[in-house]
Ligand binder design. Structure first.
Ligand SMILES: C[S@@+](CC[C@H](N)C(=O)[O-])C[C@H]1O[C@@H](n2cnc3c(N)ncnc32)[C@H](O)[C@@H]1O
Length: 469
């Protein structure tokens, strides 16, 4: 009781002492999962972006909460050996390159540590081995897709990105992390829209014509898809704008309008119309061709996605006989790779256009041993179970929120020998792996892959093996 009161008194004292706008110095001890450095003031954690463990920094407190606070870096007093010159400070303001102050090998080590901590802290696994993160040789210009808001800034139509934690558009011409042809395409389109005085979307009033520009480019094919997300049915000067975009973007194969009339942060509406060309573009992966539509998921870093898929297929240990599940299959990128080495693949995905593309992709690549179905993984799997389908191996690649608990339960009942779990969120992956471990699966291999250099995000492939008995 006495020590509890003492702790309360210390906490109260500290809250009085630590206040917004105060300046402090401290040693950075750790990094959070969002890539911020952690300095402890009398044991009280302060999160400071742009700092690296081991360095001493001066910072200004920007917020003091009950359990932690935030600070803004003002000066690096003793820099870490891993500190490098910023490529572009704007990348930090807009949150696209929050780790750009760290040398790339240090970023890879940080991601390996993040995965290990997630599995130990959130998954309850003890002393696990995590492989070194598979990185890129040139960790820049890698994104094959950009979703760029279009807004009015100082009386002019601008393209760029939101300042972090806000909807203020910061004009940007070079993102550094995306394919330079994508950067150039955005500028070409921006200038055409300006010439025709197209009204940018205004979030407050819900008025204006154009909300977003989406550019996707095939890494190997160079083909460009451009999507203009519109807030109204008609695009003024459509014929002239289409002709100018065609002339200004030589690799264009698909120019689409997407209609989104809702006052929402969701970028794409449900309806599309082809303005010119086809309603898809193509790319290659693992030596196969893929058609990709405007609404389909496609990994944004093609060469690193290939490395990740190769790793997933290697861990599946196929001999040509197995029946394999590929859950959350998108346009079938992993499914088709698995099919080349398995007896039969069953794959499901919730977006109908993605499954249409997946079926076309199987045909184009002359792959006949994959069955694709539209639906939620948690609904489709029990149906396949009821039909008596048995799986030797399961590959799962869910969105950030991880697997549905009922999906996990059904998969455990189906008892595949191996589960290969691909994820972009180590926290939910670790949580789900704990469920599999409780059901008798052993965590055998953990491989982080860096698909998002300069940012704290990490993808991870995990192998779970069913224990004998
Ligand atoms: C991380 S992506 C992986 C896609 C694919 N494996 C790839 O690598 O391109 C996750 C996919 O799950 C789909 N999805 C989301 N929720 C789903 C659900 N409940 N059931 C089935 N698919 C879902 C998304 O549309 C998306 O295509």
């Amino acid at each position: 009781m006495r020590s509890f009161c003492l702790a309360r008194r210390i906490e109260r004292k500290r809250l009085v002492e630590l206040q917004k706008n105060q300046r402090h110095k401290g040693l950075v001890e750790d990094l959070t999962s969002k890539g911020s450095g952690v300095v402890k003031l009398d044991g009280f954690p302060i999160f400071i972006e742009g700092t690296i463990p081991g360095e001493t920094v001066q910072f200004k407190l920007t917020k003091v909460g009950k359990k932690f606070g935030y600070g803004r870096l003002e000066d690096v007093i003793e820099p870490s050996a891993d500190r490098v010159t910023l490529t572009d400070p704007i990348g930090r303001q807009i949150g696209t390159m929050t780790l750009q102050h760290m040398a790339y090998p240090a970023q890879l080590n940080y991601k390996q540590k993040q995965v290990k901590e997630a599995f130990e802290r959130l998954g309850g696994f003890k002393n696990i081995a995590v492989q070194p993160t598979i990185g890129m040789e040139h960790p820049w210009s890698y994104r094959n897709k950009a979703q760029i808001p279009v807004r009015q800034v100082k009386g002019q139509l601008e393209t760029g990105f939101y300042r972090r934690n806000s909807h203020d558009l910061v004009p940007v011409e070079n993102f550094h992390i995306q394919d330079p042809v994508i950067d150039e395409t955005i500028i070409v389109v921006r200038d055409i829209l300006r010439r025709y005085q197209i009204k940018p979307y205004d979030e407050a009033s819900g008025k204006g014509t154009i909300r977003h520009i989406i550019v996707k480019r095939g890494h190997y094919t160079g083909e460009v898809m451009l999507v203009l997300v519109l807030n109204q049915r008609e695009l003024p000067h459509e014929a002239e704008i289409v002709a100018e975009i065609k002339a200004g973007v030589p690799e264009l194969v698909s120019l689409m309008a997407n209609f989104n009339f809702k006052q929402t942060n969701v970028i794409l509406g449900k309806e599309n119309r082809v303005l010119w060309g086809q309603d898809y573009y193509t790319d290659e992966m693992l030596g196969m061709q893929f058609k990709i539509s405007a609404n389909s998921f496609y990994q944004v870093n093609t060469p690193q996605a290939e490395r990740m898929y190769e790793e997933a297929i290697r861990l599946a240990q196929l001999t040509g006989q197995e029946t394999v599940l590929d859950a959350y299959c998108g346009i079938g990128s992993i499914s088709l790779g698995l099919a080349r080495e398995a007896g039969q693949v069953y794959a499901m995905e919730v977006v109908p256009e993605a499954i249409e593309m997946a079926k076309d992709n199987a045909k184009v690549n002359e792959i006949t041993n994959v069955h694709f179905e539209v639906g939620k993984a948690e609904d489709v799997l029990p149906r396949w179970q009821a039909e008596g389908i048995q799986f030797d191996v399961a590959v799962v690649d869910p969105p950030r929120k991880g697997l549905d608990k009922s999906f996990i339960d059904t998969l455990v009942e189906l008892a595949p020998e191996r589960i290969v779990y691909v994820s972009c969120n180590p926290a939910t992956q670790a949580r789900d792996c704990q469920h599999f471990a409780e059901a008798g699966y052993q965590l055998q291999y953990i491989q982080p892959v860096d698909l998002f250099p300069q940012s704290p995000h990490v993808e991870c492939v995990v192998l779970l093996q069913r224990s004998n008995g």
